[in-house]
Design a protein around this ligand. Structure first.
Ligand code: MD3
Ligand code: FE
Length: 252
């Protein structure tokens, strides 16, 4: 059966594909409900503490592998030490459908096997500084789903966190897939627009779910990423903290 509604697909940069209104409202609601359950814990949502002493204004909960600055772990080492919750098959399936719709390559989609999901929560004041994601040991695409309030997403280049970059609004239900040359581009979320979510979602703030292929395996030395010591969030956090003098001021 042909889909009744074919969302517009826009290739923002080589390998970076934005599909607005990709996830229907009922599925957005189910994903938000799941995020609420994951956030409660064990291994609950936390504001990640960076090596610099800064604390991210964004709240994060992980599935499959627990992300820490510089490494992944099977346990939430900086939270409660609990084993990280599994990444459910239905979420990996959404990831394969996303890769299919972004690239139109059935083989690539069938082979896409995300083993980690990061759920980021943004309140009205939260932002994410420009950074690269380099803890993963593969160049497989990252799938991003936006839920709730609209945000300003800044998609940069692979060389540095400055210009050139493109500013794009991400709305609830939007899909973004970052593969190919875009996989290691700098990116960030400079602003969230409070109160812009569809009231039917019952969500104050913004959630972003990303699916990743870490390339890690149990028992291996997973302590450091392949290419870098860190996600580049150290300096990013300075912008994020926005002059706050203590970590508690950011978390509060
Ligand atoms: C481009 N999250 O979790 S999603 C992150 O909206 C992250 O919460 C933002 O950056 C958020 O690391 C942006 C878009 C995104 C996610 C991962 C990427 C873009 C990416 C990895 C590589 C390149
Ligand atoms: Fe990122």
């Amino acid at each position: 059966m042909l889909p009744l509604f074919e969302p517009a697909r826009r290739e923002v940069a080589p390998g970076a594909v934005h599909i607005p209104s990709w996830l229907e409202l009922a599925k957005q609601n189910r994903l938000i409900e799941a995020c609420r359950r994951w956030a409660v814990g064990p291994a609950p949502m936390r504001h990640t503490r960076l090596a610099s002493g800064g604390v991210m204004s964004v709240g994060t909960v992980c599935l499959g592998w627990h992300w820490l600055p510089c490494r992944y772990s099977r346990t939430a080492d900086d939270v409660d030490g609990a084993p990280v919750k599994p990444l459910p098959d239905w979420l990996a399936h959404i990831g394969r459908r996303a890769v299919q719709d972004a690239y139109g390559d059935a083989r690539l989609a069938a082979d896409y096997a995300p083993d980690a999901a990061l759920v980021n929560f943004y309140d009205a004041a939260a932002r994410l500084g420009m950074h690269q994601d380099r803890e993963e040991r593969t160049a497989d695409p990252v799938v991003s789903l936006s839920l709730g309030d609209t945000c300003l997403f800044r998609f940069g280049n692979t060389a540095n966190r400055g210009k050139p970059y493109a500013d794009i609004e991400l709305v609830s239900g939007d899909l973004f897939v970052f593969g190919g040359a875009s996989r290691f581009a700098y990116h960030g979320v400079p602003k969230v627009y409070p109160g812009t979510a569809d009231p039917a979602l019952g969500l104050a703030g913004r959630l972003n779910v990303t699916l990743r292929v870490t390339g890690l395996s149990d028992g291996a030395d997973n302590v450091t990423g392949l290419r870098s010591a860190g996600r580049g969030l150290e300096r990013a956090a300075e912008g994020e903290l926005g002059g706050a003098t203590s970590a508690s001021a950011v978390v509060a």
